[in-house]
Design a protein around this ligand. Structure first.
Ligand code: FAD
Ligand code: SIN
Length: 528
Protein backbone atom coordinates (compact mmCIF):
# COMPACT_ATOMS: atom_id res chain seq x y z
CA UNK A 1 0.00 0.00 0.00
CA UNK A 2 1.45 3.39 -0.99
CA UNK A 3 0.67 6.55 0.93
CA UNK A 4 0.81 10.01 -0.79
CA UNK A 5 4.44 11.02 -1.08
CA UNK A 6 6.03 13.70 1.07
CA UNK A 7 9.36 15.44 0.53
CA UNK A 8 10.93 14.24 3.77
CA UNK A 9 10.08 11.47 6.26
CA UNK A 10 10.91 11.88 9.94
CA UNK A 11 10.79 8.72 12.06
CA UNK A 12 10.00 9.71 15.65
CA UNK A 13 7.99 12.47 17.29
CA UNK A 14 10.28 13.21 20.27
CA UNK A 15 12.59 16.18 20.76
CA UNK A 16 14.93 15.26 17.90
CA UNK A 17 12.26 14.32 15.35
CA UNK A 18 9.96 17.29 15.86
CA UNK A 19 12.87 19.75 15.94
CA UNK A 20 14.00 18.43 12.55
CA UNK A 21 10.42 18.47 11.22
CA UNK A 22 9.85 22.11 12.22
CA UNK A 23 13.12 23.13 10.57
CA UNK A 24 12.33 21.25 7.34
CA UNK A 25 8.72 22.46 7.19
CA UNK A 26 9.97 25.96 6.37
CA UNK A 27 10.33 24.71 2.79
CA UNK A 28 9.12 21.14 2.46
CA UNK A 29 6.22 18.78 3.13
CA UNK A 30 7.21 16.59 6.05
CA UNK A 31 5.68 13.32 7.21
CA UNK A 32 6.33 12.37 10.85
CA UNK A 33 5.82 8.70 11.75
CA UNK A 34 5.61 7.57 15.38
CA UNK A 35 5.10 4.24 17.07
CA UNK A 36 2.08 4.47 19.39
CA UNK A 37 1.08 8.01 20.29
CA UNK A 38 2.99 11.24 19.66
CA UNK A 39 4.04 11.52 23.32
CA UNK A 40 5.30 7.93 23.54
CA UNK A 41 9.09 8.47 23.48
CA UNK A 42 11.51 9.33 26.29
CA UNK A 43 11.19 13.07 25.69
CA UNK A 44 7.88 13.32 27.51
CA UNK A 45 9.36 11.52 30.52
CA UNK A 46 12.39 13.77 31.05
CA UNK A 47 12.40 15.26 34.51
CA UNK A 48 15.57 17.20 35.35
CA UNK A 49 15.90 19.59 32.41
CA UNK A 50 18.23 20.89 29.70
CA UNK A 51 21.85 21.92 30.23
CA UNK A 52 22.92 25.35 28.90
CA UNK A 53 25.41 28.00 29.93
CA UNK A 54 23.16 30.92 30.88
CA UNK A 55 24.68 32.18 34.12
CA UNK A 56 27.20 35.02 33.93
CA UNK A 57 29.57 33.14 36.25
CA UNK A 58 29.55 30.04 34.01
CA UNK A 59 31.40 29.52 30.70
CA UNK A 60 31.26 27.25 27.65
CA UNK A 61 34.71 25.99 28.69
CA UNK A 62 33.27 24.80 32.03
CA UNK A 63 30.39 22.96 30.36
CA UNK A 64 32.78 21.44 27.79
CA UNK A 65 35.16 20.30 30.54
CA UNK A 66 32.34 18.75 32.61
CA UNK A 67 31.05 16.92 29.52
CA UNK A 68 34.52 15.53 28.74
CA UNK A 69 35.16 14.50 32.36
CA UNK A 70 31.84 12.65 32.56
CA UNK A 71 32.54 11.08 29.13
CA UNK A 72 35.93 9.77 30.34
CA UNK A 73 37.70 11.37 27.38
CA UNK A 74 35.90 9.30 24.75
CA UNK A 75 33.95 12.34 23.56
CA UNK A 76 34.71 14.06 20.27
CA UNK A 77 35.80 17.57 21.24
CA UNK A 78 34.51 19.13 17.99
CA UNK A 79 31.03 17.73 18.67
CA UNK A 80 31.11 18.77 22.32
CA UNK A 81 31.94 22.38 21.34
CA UNK A 82 29.38 22.33 18.51
CA UNK A 83 26.55 21.32 20.84
CA UNK A 84 27.41 23.34 23.93
CA UNK A 85 27.91 26.59 22.05
CA UNK A 86 24.46 26.18 20.47
CA UNK A 87 22.67 25.50 23.78
CA UNK A 88 21.61 29.08 24.64
CA UNK A 89 20.05 29.53 21.16
CA UNK A 90 18.24 26.19 21.52
CA UNK A 91 16.73 27.36 24.82
CA UNK A 92 15.66 30.66 23.20
CA UNK A 93 13.78 28.73 20.50
CA UNK A 94 11.99 26.63 23.13
CA UNK A 95 10.98 29.79 24.99
CA UNK A 96 9.60 31.12 21.67
CA UNK A 97 7.63 27.87 21.27
CA UNK A 98 6.07 28.57 24.67
CA UNK A 99 7.89 26.16 27.00
CA UNK A 100 7.12 27.61 30.46
CA UNK A 101 10.56 27.25 32.06
CA UNK A 102 10.84 28.11 35.77
CA UNK A 103 12.16 31.59 36.34
CA UNK A 104 14.21 33.32 38.98
CA UNK A 105 13.33 37.02 38.75
CA UNK A 106 14.01 38.08 35.14
CA UNK A 107 16.21 35.03 34.45
CA UNK A 108 15.53 31.34 33.97
CA UNK A 109 15.94 29.31 37.15
CA UNK A 110 18.94 26.98 36.95
CA UNK A 111 19.16 23.78 38.94
CA UNK A 112 22.16 21.54 39.44
CA UNK A 113 22.86 17.90 38.60
CA UNK A 114 25.69 15.39 39.00
CA UNK A 115 28.90 16.10 37.09
CA UNK A 116 28.05 19.79 36.53
CA UNK A 117 30.45 22.25 38.16
CA UNK A 118 27.80 25.02 37.97
CA UNK A 119 24.05 25.46 38.13
CA UNK A 120 23.08 25.25 34.45
CA UNK A 121 19.94 23.13 34.09
CA UNK A 122 16.85 24.95 32.84
CA UNK A 123 13.68 23.13 33.77
CA UNK A 124 9.92 23.12 34.15
CA UNK A 125 9.55 21.95 37.77
CA UNK A 126 10.49 18.25 37.70
CA UNK A 127 8.55 17.50 34.51
CA UNK A 128 10.56 19.33 31.85
CA UNK A 129 10.11 16.72 29.14
CA UNK A 130 6.33 16.82 29.21
CA UNK A 131 6.32 20.61 28.74
CA UNK A 132 8.83 20.38 25.88
CA UNK A 133 6.92 17.55 24.16
CA UNK A 134 3.62 19.46 24.44
CA UNK A 135 5.14 22.62 22.94
CA UNK A 136 6.73 20.73 20.03
CA UNK A 137 3.56 18.78 19.23
CA UNK A 138 1.51 21.99 19.37
CA UNK A 139 3.87 23.70 16.93
CA UNK A 140 3.94 20.69 14.58
CA UNK A 141 0.14 20.35 14.61
CA UNK A 142 -0.20 24.03 13.73
CA UNK A 143 2.20 23.76 10.78
CA UNK A 144 0.43 23.08 7.47
CA UNK A 145 3.58 21.52 5.99
CA UNK A 146 3.71 18.79 8.64
CA UNK A 147 1.62 15.61 8.62
CA UNK A 148 1.72 13.67 11.88
CA UNK A 149 1.05 9.95 11.55
CA UNK A 150 1.13 8.14 14.92
CA UNK A 151 0.40 4.42 15.26
CA UNK A 152 3.07 3.41 12.74
CA UNK A 153 5.82 0.87 13.55
CA UNK A 154 8.62 1.30 11.04
CA UNK A 155 10.05 -2.06 10.02
CA UNK A 156 12.99 -1.45 7.67
CA UNK A 157 14.40 1.29 5.47
CA UNK A 158 13.64 1.14 1.77
CA UNK A 159 16.82 1.01 -0.34
CA UNK A 160 17.81 -0.03 -3.86
CA UNK A 161 17.20 -3.67 -2.82
CA UNK A 162 13.49 -2.92 -2.72
CA UNK A 163 13.37 -1.12 -6.07
CA UNK A 164 11.42 -2.69 -8.93
CA UNK A 165 14.71 -2.45 -10.81
CA UNK A 166 17.01 -3.98 -8.16
CA UNK A 167 20.14 -2.01 -7.29
CA UNK A 168 22.82 -2.56 -4.66
CA UNK A 169 22.81 1.21 -4.02
CA UNK A 170 22.51 1.80 -0.27
CA UNK A 171 20.61 5.10 -0.64
CA UNK A 172 17.59 5.30 1.66
CA UNK A 173 14.29 6.14 -0.08
CA UNK A 174 11.97 5.93 2.91
CA UNK A 175 10.58 3.16 5.07
CA UNK A 176 8.14 0.25 5.29
CA UNK A 177 5.86 0.81 8.26
CA UNK A 178 3.14 -1.25 9.93
CA UNK A 179 -0.16 0.54 10.50
CA UNK A 180 -0.69 -0.66 14.07
CA UNK A 181 -4.46 -0.49 13.78
CA UNK A 182 -5.14 -2.09 10.39
CA UNK A 183 -2.17 -4.49 10.49
CA UNK A 184 -1.28 -3.46 6.90
CA UNK A 185 2.28 -2.57 5.89
CA UNK A 186 2.60 0.78 4.10
CA UNK A 187 5.49 2.05 2.03
CA UNK A 188 6.46 5.66 2.64
CA UNK A 189 8.78 7.20 0.05
CA UNK A 190 10.75 10.46 0.16
CA UNK A 191 13.92 12.10 -1.07
CA UNK A 192 15.31 12.34 2.48
CA UNK A 193 14.66 10.44 5.72
CA UNK A 194 15.51 11.62 9.23
CA UNK A 195 15.78 8.91 11.87
CA UNK A 196 14.92 10.03 15.42
CA UNK A 197 13.62 6.79 16.92
CA UNK A 198 15.18 7.04 20.40
CA UNK A 199 17.20 4.54 22.43
CA UNK A 200 17.32 0.84 23.25
CA UNK A 201 16.80 0.97 27.03
CA UNK A 202 14.16 -1.74 27.09
CA UNK A 203 16.81 -4.30 26.29
CA UNK A 204 17.34 -4.33 30.08
CA UNK A 205 14.96 -5.78 32.66
CA UNK A 206 15.03 -2.58 34.74
CA UNK A 207 14.93 0.65 32.77
CA UNK A 208 13.52 4.14 33.18
CA UNK A 209 12.83 4.24 29.42
CA UNK A 210 9.31 3.92 27.97
CA UNK A 211 7.98 0.64 26.56
CA UNK A 212 8.83 1.54 22.94
CA UNK A 213 12.57 2.12 23.52
CA UNK A 214 13.51 -1.09 21.74
CA UNK A 215 16.38 0.15 19.58
CA UNK A 216 14.32 0.01 16.36
CA UNK A 217 16.20 2.85 14.66
CA UNK A 218 19.62 1.48 15.55
CA UNK A 219 18.74 -2.02 14.37
CA UNK A 220 17.14 -0.76 11.13
CA UNK A 221 20.21 1.33 10.32
CA UNK A 222 22.56 -1.57 11.05
CA UNK A 223 20.55 -3.90 8.78
CA UNK A 224 20.64 -1.26 6.03
CA UNK A 225 24.43 -0.98 6.26
CA UNK A 226 25.23 1.94 8.61
CA UNK A 227 27.99 1.78 11.20
CA UNK A 228 27.08 1.93 14.89
CA UNK A 229 29.46 2.87 17.66
CA UNK A 230 30.00 2.71 21.42
CA UNK A 231 26.98 0.49 22.03
CA UNK A 232 28.63 -0.89 25.19
CA UNK A 233 28.16 2.54 26.80
CA UNK A 234 24.74 1.96 28.36
CA UNK A 235 23.98 4.47 31.07
CA UNK A 236 22.42 3.36 34.36
CA UNK A 237 20.68 6.10 36.33
CA UNK A 238 21.59 5.76 40.01
CA UNK A 239 18.16 6.54 41.43
CA UNK A 240 15.10 4.77 40.09
CA UNK A 241 12.31 4.25 42.64
CA UNK A 242 12.38 0.79 44.25
CA UNK A 243 8.78 -0.32 44.38
CA UNK A 244 7.28 -3.73 43.69
CA UNK A 245 4.40 -2.28 41.69
CA UNK A 246 5.86 0.83 40.04
CA UNK A 247 8.86 -0.49 38.14
CA UNK A 248 10.36 2.43 36.24
CA UNK A 249 9.77 5.72 38.01
CA UNK A 250 12.82 7.99 37.96
CA UNK A 251 13.85 10.10 40.95
CA UNK A 252 15.57 12.99 39.23
CA UNK A 253 19.23 13.69 39.76
CA UNK A 254 18.15 17.20 40.74
CA UNK A 255 17.09 15.74 44.13
CA UNK A 256 20.78 15.11 44.76
CA UNK A 257 21.61 18.42 43.05
CA UNK A 258 19.45 20.21 45.59
CA UNK A 259 21.09 18.45 48.55
CA UNK A 260 19.73 14.87 48.73
CA UNK A 261 21.97 12.29 50.45
CA UNK A 262 22.45 8.60 49.64
CA UNK A 263 22.30 6.48 52.79
CA UNK A 264 22.74 2.83 53.76
CA UNK A 265 19.14 1.89 54.66
CA UNK A 266 20.09 0.09 57.89
CA UNK A 267 23.03 2.09 59.30
CA UNK A 268 22.21 5.50 57.79
CA UNK A 269 25.86 5.78 56.64
CA UNK A 270 26.33 8.37 53.87
CA UNK A 271 28.29 5.88 51.79
CA UNK A 272 29.39 8.07 48.86
CA UNK A 273 32.19 9.29 51.15
CA UNK A 274 33.80 5.84 50.64
CA UNK A 275 33.71 6.09 46.83
CA UNK A 276 34.19 9.75 45.85
CA UNK A 277 34.74 11.87 48.97
CA UNK A 278 35.12 15.07 46.98
CA UNK A 279 32.08 15.00 44.72
CA UNK A 280 29.93 12.70 46.91
CA UNK A 281 26.37 12.34 45.51
CA UNK A 282 27.19 14.72 42.64
CA UNK A 283 29.90 12.52 41.10
CA UNK A 284 29.09 11.47 37.49
CA UNK A 285 26.38 8.87 37.10
CA UNK A 286 28.63 5.91 36.38
CA UNK A 287 30.47 6.48 39.68
CA UNK A 288 27.29 6.84 41.76
CA UNK A 289 25.50 3.91 40.05
CA UNK A 290 28.50 1.62 40.64
CA UNK A 291 28.70 2.70 44.30
CA UNK A 292 25.00 1.86 44.84
CA UNK A 293 25.42 -1.44 43.00
CA UNK A 294 28.39 -2.25 45.24
CA UNK A 295 26.44 -1.45 48.43
CA UNK A 296 23.48 -3.55 47.29
CA UNK A 297 25.68 -6.54 46.41
CA UNK A 298 28.08 -6.23 49.35
CA UNK A 299 25.38 -5.92 52.06
CA UNK A 300 22.70 -8.03 50.35
CA UNK A 301 20.32 -5.05 50.18
CA UNK A 302 17.26 -4.61 47.98
CA UNK A 303 17.80 -0.84 47.72
CA UNK A 304 19.54 2.17 49.28
CA UNK A 305 17.96 5.35 50.60
CA UNK A 306 17.86 8.77 48.95
CA UNK A 307 17.05 11.31 51.61
CA UNK A 308 16.17 15.00 51.21
CA UNK A 309 13.99 15.22 54.33
CA UNK A 310 16.55 17.52 56.02
CA UNK A 311 15.46 20.31 53.63
CA UNK A 312 12.36 22.40 54.46
CA UNK A 313 9.16 20.61 53.41
CA UNK A 314 7.98 23.59 51.38
CA UNK A 315 11.26 23.66 49.40
CA UNK A 316 10.94 19.96 48.56
CA UNK A 317 7.28 20.21 47.51
CA UNK A 318 7.95 23.29 45.41
CA UNK A 319 10.97 21.83 43.58
CA UNK A 320 9.69 18.31 43.03
CA UNK A 321 5.89 18.45 42.76
CA UNK A 322 5.57 15.50 40.34
CA UNK A 323 7.76 13.20 42.40
CA UNK A 324 6.19 14.33 45.66
CA UNK A 325 2.67 13.56 44.38
CA UNK A 326 3.70 10.20 42.93
CA UNK A 327 5.40 9.12 46.17
CA UNK A 328 2.56 10.33 48.39
CA UNK A 329 0.28 8.10 46.30
CA UNK A 330 2.58 5.19 47.21
CA UNK A 331 2.64 6.04 50.91
CA UNK A 332 6.06 7.76 51.00
CA UNK A 333 6.31 11.37 52.21
CA UNK A 334 9.69 12.55 50.88
CA UNK A 335 9.60 15.63 53.13
CA UNK A 336 9.89 13.37 56.20
CA UNK A 337 11.01 9.95 54.88
CA UNK A 338 13.86 8.61 52.73
CA UNK A 339 13.07 7.23 49.27
CA UNK A 340 14.12 3.62 48.45
CA UNK A 341 16.10 3.67 45.18
CA UNK A 342 18.05 1.31 42.88
CA UNK A 343 19.99 1.94 39.65
CA UNK A 344 18.21 1.21 36.35
CA UNK A 345 19.16 1.48 32.68
CA UNK A 346 18.46 5.03 31.59
CA UNK A 347 20.19 6.14 28.39
CA UNK A 348 21.80 4.65 25.27
CA UNK A 349 25.05 6.57 24.71
CA UNK A 350 26.01 4.60 21.60
CA UNK A 351 24.11 4.39 18.33
CA UNK A 352 24.17 5.17 14.63
CA UNK A 353 27.31 7.09 13.76
CA UNK A 354 26.61 10.64 12.56
CA UNK A 355 28.70 13.66 11.62
CA UNK A 356 28.07 17.31 12.55
CA UNK A 357 25.46 17.59 9.76
CA UNK A 358 23.63 14.59 11.29
CA UNK A 359 24.51 12.53 8.21
CA UNK A 360 24.76 8.75 8.62
CA UNK A 361 26.85 6.47 6.37
CA UNK A 362 23.82 5.93 4.13
CA UNK A 363 23.00 8.56 1.50
CA UNK A 364 19.48 9.88 2.00
CA UNK A 365 19.49 9.07 5.74
CA UNK A 366 20.12 11.60 8.50
CA UNK A 367 19.78 10.78 12.21
CA UNK A 368 19.49 12.72 15.47
CA UNK A 369 18.93 12.18 19.19
CA UNK A 370 19.28 9.11 21.36
CA UNK A 371 19.47 6.66 18.44
CA UNK A 372 22.80 8.22 17.39
CA UNK A 373 26.41 8.36 18.49
CA UNK A 374 27.50 11.87 17.60
CA UNK A 375 30.60 12.07 19.80
CA UNK A 376 28.90 14.27 22.42
CA UNK A 377 28.56 11.80 25.28
CA UNK A 378 31.67 9.65 24.99
CA UNK A 379 31.80 6.91 27.63
CA UNK A 380 29.12 8.47 29.85
CA UNK A 381 26.52 11.15 29.17
CA UNK A 382 26.55 14.21 31.39
CA UNK A 383 23.10 14.77 32.93
CA UNK A 384 20.71 16.89 30.87
CA UNK A 385 22.95 16.95 27.79
CA UNK A 386 20.71 14.62 25.81
CA UNK A 387 17.65 16.79 25.20
CA UNK A 388 20.15 19.44 24.20
CA UNK A 389 21.73 17.07 21.67
CA UNK A 390 18.26 16.38 20.21
CA UNK A 391 17.61 20.09 19.59
CA UNK A 392 21.05 20.81 18.12
CA UNK A 393 21.25 17.74 15.87
CA UNK A 394 17.56 17.84 14.92
CA UNK A 395 18.17 21.33 13.61
CA UNK A 396 21.49 20.32 11.98
CA UNK A 397 19.73 17.52 10.06
CA UNK A 398 17.03 19.91 8.87
CA UNK A 399 19.53 22.55 7.80
CA UNK A 400 21.73 20.12 5.90
CA UNK A 401 18.77 18.69 3.98
CA UNK A 402 17.53 22.19 3.11
CA UNK A 403 21.03 23.22 1.97
CA UNK A 404 21.45 20.17 -0.30
CA UNK A 405 17.89 19.69 -1.49
CA UNK A 406 18.75 20.14 -5.16
CA UNK A 407 21.18 17.21 -5.02
CA UNK A 408 18.64 14.71 -3.66
CA UNK A 409 17.17 12.42 -6.36
CA UNK A 410 13.51 11.36 -6.58
CA UNK A 411 12.85 7.79 -5.36
CA UNK A 412 12.60 5.08 -8.04
CA UNK A 413 9.62 2.70 -8.32
CA UNK A 414 9.60 0.56 -5.18
CA UNK A 415 8.01 -2.85 -4.60
CA UNK A 416 5.11 -3.21 -2.17
CA UNK A 417 5.68 -5.15 1.06
CA UNK A 418 5.31 -8.84 0.31
CA UNK A 419 3.14 -10.64 2.86
CA UNK A 420 2.15 -13.49 0.52
CA UNK A 421 4.32 -16.14 2.20
CA UNK A 422 3.52 -15.48 5.85
CA UNK A 423 0.59 -16.49 8.03
CA UNK A 424 -0.87 -15.25 11.32
CA UNK A 425 1.12 -16.44 14.30
CA UNK A 426 -0.45 -19.12 16.47
CA UNK A 427 2.30 -18.88 19.12
CA UNK A 428 2.37 -15.32 20.49
CA UNK A 429 3.83 -16.78 23.69
CA UNK A 430 7.18 -17.21 21.86
CA UNK A 431 7.51 -13.43 21.58
CA UNK A 432 6.76 -12.82 25.25
CA UNK A 433 9.09 -15.59 26.39
CA UNK A 434 12.02 -14.36 24.26
CA UNK A 435 11.45 -10.72 25.16
CA UNK A 436 11.59 -11.55 28.90
CA UNK A 437 14.61 -13.79 28.47
CA UNK A 438 16.66 -11.14 26.62
CA UNK A 439 15.93 -8.47 29.20
CA UNK A 440 16.85 -10.78 32.09
CA UNK A 441 20.19 -11.99 30.76
CA UNK A 442 21.15 -8.49 29.62
CA UNK A 443 20.52 -7.25 33.17
CA UNK A 444 22.40 -10.12 34.80
CA UNK A 445 25.29 -10.55 32.33
CA UNK A 446 25.72 -7.15 30.65
CA UNK A 447 24.87 -4.76 33.50
CA UNK A 448 26.77 -2.24 35.61
CA UNK A 449 29.73 -4.54 36.35
CA UNK A 450 30.77 -6.96 33.59
CA UNK A 451 33.16 -9.88 33.03
CA UNK A 452 34.24 -11.53 29.79
CA UNK A 453 32.65 -14.80 30.87
CA UNK A 454 29.28 -13.16 31.49
CA UNK A 455 29.46 -11.33 28.16
CA UNK A 456 30.25 -14.60 26.38
CA UNK A 457 27.28 -16.26 28.06
CA UNK A 458 25.06 -13.44 26.79
CA UNK A 459 26.56 -13.74 23.27
CA UNK A 460 25.75 -17.45 23.26
CA UNK A 461 22.13 -16.86 24.30
CA UNK A 462 21.78 -14.19 21.60
CA UNK A 463 23.10 -16.56 18.95
CA UNK A 464 20.53 -19.21 19.86
CA UNK A 465 17.65 -16.76 20.05
CA UNK A 466 18.58 -15.07 16.76
CA UNK A 467 17.90 -18.24 14.80
CA UNK A 468 14.54 -18.69 16.51
CA UNK A 469 13.47 -15.06 16.04
CA UNK A 470 14.55 -14.90 12.37
CA UNK A 471 12.65 -18.12 11.75
CA UNK A 472 9.59 -16.64 13.38
CA UNK A 473 9.98 -13.35 11.51
CA UNK A 474 10.20 -15.19 8.17
CA UNK A 475 7.06 -17.25 8.83
CA UNK A 476 4.50 -14.96 10.45
CA UNK A 477 2.80 -11.66 9.71
CA UNK A 478 4.57 -8.74 11.38
CA UNK A 479 3.15 -7.22 14.54
CA UNK A 480 4.64 -4.40 16.62
CA UNK A 481 5.69 -6.94 19.27
CA UNK A 482 7.54 -9.02 16.69
CA UNK A 483 9.21 -5.95 15.13
CA UNK A 484 10.35 -4.86 18.57
CA UNK A 485 11.59 -8.31 19.59
CA UNK A 486 13.73 -8.53 16.44
CA UNK A 487 15.18 -5.08 17.11
CA UNK A 488 15.69 -5.70 20.81
CA UNK A 489 17.69 -8.81 20.00
CA UNK A 490 19.71 -6.97 17.35
CA UNK A 491 20.45 -4.17 19.83
CA UNK A 492 21.50 -6.71 22.48
CA UNK A 493 23.86 -8.29 19.97
CA UNK A 494 25.45 -4.93 19.14
CA UNK A 495 25.88 -4.09 22.85
CA UNK A 496 27.51 -7.41 23.70
CA UNK A 497 29.77 -7.39 20.63
CA UNK A 498 30.93 -3.86 21.47
CA UNK A 499 31.48 -4.75 25.13
CA UNK A 500 33.59 -7.77 24.17
CA UNK A 501 35.72 -5.58 21.92
CA UNK A 502 36.65 -3.08 24.64
CA UNK A 503 39.60 -4.41 26.62
CA UNK A 504 39.60 -1.75 29.32
CA UNK A 505 37.24 -0.13 31.82
CA UNK A 506 36.15 3.35 30.83
CA UNK A 507 33.10 5.36 31.88
CA UNK A 508 30.01 3.18 31.76
CA UNK A 509 31.87 0.08 30.62
CA UNK A 510 33.36 -1.52 33.72
CA UNK A 511 34.75 -5.05 33.41
CA UNK A 512 36.50 -6.95 36.18
CA UNK A 513 38.76 -8.60 33.57
CA UNK A 514 40.19 -5.29 32.34
CA UNK A 515 39.88 -2.87 35.29
CA UNK A 516 42.46 -0.38 33.93
CA UNK A 517 41.75 2.51 31.56
CA UNK A 518 43.96 2.51 28.46
CA UNK A 519 46.02 5.67 27.78
CA UNK A 520 44.28 6.37 24.46
CA UNK A 521 40.48 6.59 24.20
CA UNK A 522 39.04 4.88 21.12
CA UNK A 523 35.49 4.45 19.89
CA UNK A 524 34.17 0.92 19.42
CA UNK A 525 32.94 1.09 15.83
CA UNK A 526 31.02 -1.85 14.37
CA UNK A 527 30.89 -2.11 10.58
CA UNK A 528 28.04 -4.18 9.04
P1 FAD B 1 12.37 9.89 21.96
O1 FAD B 1 11.86 11.07 22.66
O2 FAD B 1 12.56 8.64 22.75
O3 FAD B 1 11.37 9.61 20.76
C1 FAD B 1 11.49 8.47 19.97
C2 FAD B 1 10.40 8.51 18.93
O4 FAD B 1 10.63 7.48 17.96
C3 FAD B 1 9.02 8.27 19.50
O5 FAD B 1 8.11 9.11 18.86
C4 FAD B 1 8.74 6.82 19.11
O6 FAD B 1 7.37 6.54 18.96
C5 FAD B 1 9.44 6.76 17.77
N1 FAD B 1 9.79 5.41 17.33
C6 FAD B 1 10.59 4.50 17.93
N2 FAD B 1 10.64 3.38 17.20
C7 FAD B 1 9.85 3.59 16.11
C8 FAD B 1 9.47 2.80 15.01
N3 FAD B 1 9.91 1.54 14.83
N4 FAD B 1 8.62 3.33 14.10
C9 FAD B 1 8.13 4.60 14.25
N5 FAD B 1 8.46 5.39 15.28
C10 FAD B 1 9.31 4.87 16.19
N6 FAD B 1 17.53 13.93 29.12
C11 FAD B 1 17.83 15.20 29.45
O7 FAD B 1 18.58 15.88 28.73
N7 FAD B 1 17.29 15.75 30.57
C12 FAD B 1 16.46 15.07 31.41
O8 FAD B 1 15.99 15.59 32.39
C13 FAD B 1 16.17 13.72 31.08
N8 FAD B 1 15.36 12.99 31.90
C14 FAD B 1 15.01 11.73 31.50
C15 FAD B 1 14.10 11.00 32.28
C16 FAD B 1 13.69 9.75 31.87
C17 FAD B 1 12.71 8.98 32.72
C18 FAD B 1 14.20 9.20 30.67
C19 FAD B 1 13.76 7.83 30.20
C20 FAD B 1 15.11 9.90 29.90
C21 FAD B 1 15.52 11.17 30.31
N9 FAD B 1 16.42 11.91 29.55
C22 FAD B 1 16.72 13.19 29.90
C23 FAD B 1 16.87 11.41 28.26
C24 FAD B 1 16.03 12.09 27.15
O9 FAD B 1 14.69 12.18 27.57
C25 FAD B 1 16.09 11.32 25.85
O10 FAD B 1 17.41 10.99 25.52
C26 FAD B 1 15.49 12.14 24.71
O11 FAD B 1 14.21 12.58 25.05
C27 FAD B 1 15.45 11.31 23.45
O12 FAD B 1 14.73 12.04 22.48
P2 FAD B 1 14.61 11.47 21.01
O13 FAD B 1 13.87 12.47 20.23
O14 FAD B 1 15.93 11.02 20.53
O15 FAD B 1 13.75 10.13 21.20
C1 SIN C 1 17.25 13.29 35.75
O1 SIN C 1 16.38 14.13 35.90
O2 SIN C 1 17.93 12.81 36.66
C2 SIN C 1 17.54 12.85 34.37
C3 SIN C 1 18.41 13.81 33.73
C4 SIN C 1 19.03 13.18 32.53
O3 SIN C 1 18.85 12.00 32.29
O4 SIN C 1 19.74 13.89 31.82
Amino acid sequence: MTVPQHDVIVIGSGAAGLTAALELAQQHRVLVLAKGNLHGGSTAWAQGGIAAVLDAGDTFENHIRDTMVAGAGLNDIATVEFVIERAPAAIDRLVELGVPFNTDGPDLHLTREGGHSHRRIVHVDDATGWAVQEALVRAAEANPNITLLPGRSCIDFITGRHAEKFSADGRVWGVYALDQESGKVEKHLARATVLAAGGAGRVYQFSTAPRGATGDGIAMSWRAGARVSNMEMMQFHPTCLYNLEVKNFLITEAVRGEGGHLLHPETGHRFMVDYDAERMELAPRDVVARAIDDQIKRFGLDYVHLDISHKPAEFVREHFPTIYDKLIGLGIDMTTQPIPVVPAQHYTCGGVKVDLDARTDLPGLWAAGECTESGLHGANRLASNSLLECFVFGEAAGRDILAHWGELPEPPAIRDWDASRVTDSDEEVVIKQNWTEIRRFMWNYVGIVRTTKRLERAAHRIQLLSREVEDYYGSFRVTTDLIELRNLLQSAELIVRSALKRHESRGLHYTMDYPETLPVAQDTVLVP
